[in-house]
Design a protein around this ligand. Structure first.
Ligand code: HSE
Length: 433
């Protein structure tokens, strides 16, 4: 059989992992692909000391790889936007199939990239873009394709999950744990993408399109990060029977699609509440299958390489007839529909956890509950916690019944205007899943 030649662009964490696993598992990969799969060229500005590149041809110009007539599949692992997009479009124009781990690019420019691939009759595969080593794209797009997906919810940023787990288990401060996650190679080049939920939102955007057959709409999603969560929130939540996880939630309702990433209280007994460290997991509720959960490492060199190489093998199997490959988002192009709008977050309904740092005086609790009562917000649980700060204040912790987000925003604004309330209120949405 004619060998399939792969060109790897970028030899960082993911590119280096891909190089090493392709070398180490060459015979099993070739057996599965049905032909030898060879690294034909590497494009990288720097060597990766973890990779023995031996006599593999190396160029410093990644565009050499995209134009190299010997290369069949270009693997983009440089990350970022402009150069990565140009590289992928150049590869496509040159008739190459593309494998990318770049969730930002797919979430924000995927509609254009997939159109270019269709125009040039090539495949763009992106399994590694969502949840690292978990075969999440295949799971949703192929394994669950019989289902009407009602909702999905996932822990889809390993760095964020690692930070929340360490903060809760060891009472460690946020910046310390973030530094460690960066050193372990989990975090994005710009770690605000991890801690402010942008990375998770990229992944959620992609999953929602596959789940509901809607075009990629990153800009319409609601995103909130974990940087305001404190170890006290984690402890208060635990005392109420919950864990705090940074979730991406996509739900289809009769009015539209909810698309949101935010810290979330989950009952401690739910499987998702027990996914810790850098692990990712996604729960999918389908009308036929019921609830399924898939979990695994969401970041790291070889877990992500595992997904990149699965795509390479898939392409090697189908590259003679790319028309037969699964559509990029699972739905045929004609049936992708905008008829389900992405709902503004003010229209969603959620229970909420509120932490209110307030003067420890008689009547404060009364003032707080009056505001909630006036807004028609029903309290599910309420408690006052002594804080370690010696500022004459206490934390009032409240769980509410389901409330429309817009109403909750009004209540929070009214509460924050009370003179007894000393700092911004922490609101964490609750999902029972
Ligand atoms: N920074 C990402 C994470 C890497 O922490 O999950 C994988 O996308």
């Amino acid at each position: 059989m004619k060998p399939v030649k792969v060109g790897i662009c970028g030899l960082g964490t993911v590119g280096g992992g891909t190089f090493n696993v392709l070398q180490r598992n060459a015979s099993i990969i070739s057996a599965r692909a049905g032909c030898p799969v060879i690294i034909g060229q590497v494009g990288a500005r720097r060597e990766n000391p973890a990779c023995d590149t031996g006599d593999t041809p190396i160029t410093h110009d990644i565009f050499d790889v995209a134009r190299n007539p010997d290369i069949d599949i270009v693997v983009e692992t440089i990350g970022g936007y402009d150069v990565a997009k140009e590289l992928i479009l150049t590869a496509i124009e040159n008739g190459k199939h593309v494998v990318t781990a770049n969730k930002a690019l797919i979430a924000e420019h995927g509609n254009e990239i997939f159109q270019a691939a269709r125009d040039n009759n090539v495949i763009v595969a992106y399994e590694a873009a969502v949840a690292g080593g978990i075969p999440m794209i295949k799971c949703l797009r192929e394994g669950l394709s019989a289902n009407k997906v009602e909702w999905l919810a996932g822990i889809i940023n390993g760095t964020g999950n690692y930070i929340l787990t360490e903060m809760g288990d060891h009472n460690r401060p946020f910046p310390d744990v973030l530094k460690e996650a960066q050193a372990l190679g989990y975090a994005e080049a710009d770690p605000t993408f991890d801690v402010e939920g942008i990375d998770a939102c990229h992944k959620l955007t992609i999953m929602a399109s596959i789940a509901f057959g809607i075009p990629l709409q990153f800009n319409r999603a609601y995103t909130e990060g974990i940087s305001r969560i404190t170890p006290s929130d984690i402890q208060y939540a635990a005392s109420l029977g919950f864990r705090i996880k940074h979730l991406g939630v996509a739900r289809q309702t009769s009015e539209g699609v909810e698309l949101r990433v935010h810290p979330t209280l989950i009952p401690s007994s739910r499987p998702l509440a027990n996914i810790n460290g850098v692990m990712n997991a996604v729960v999918v509720q389908g009308d036929a299958v019921g609830q399924t959960m898939i979990s695994g490492p969401g970041a790291g060199a070889e877990p992500t390489a595992s997904s990149v190489i699965a795509d390479i093998i898939d392409i090697a199997r189908t590259m003679e007839s790319p028309d037969a490959a699964v559509n990029a988002l699972g739905f045929s192009q004609e049936s992708l529909s905008n008829s389900l709008p992405v709902l503004p977050v003010t229209d969603i309904e959620c229970s909420a956890y509120l932490r209110i740092h307030a003067d420890d005086h008689p009547g404060v609790m009364n003032a707080v509950t009056q505001v909630l009562s006036k807004q028609g917000i029903n309290i599910d649980a309420i408690t006052q916690k002594v804080t370690r700060e010696d500022d004459g204040c206490a934390d009032i912790v409240i769980l509410t019944h389901k409330t429309r987000e817009g109403t909750m925003n009004n209540a929070i604004a009214e509460l924050e205007a009370l003179k007894e309330i000393k700092s911004p209120i922490t609101r964490i949405r609750v999902e029972t899943l």
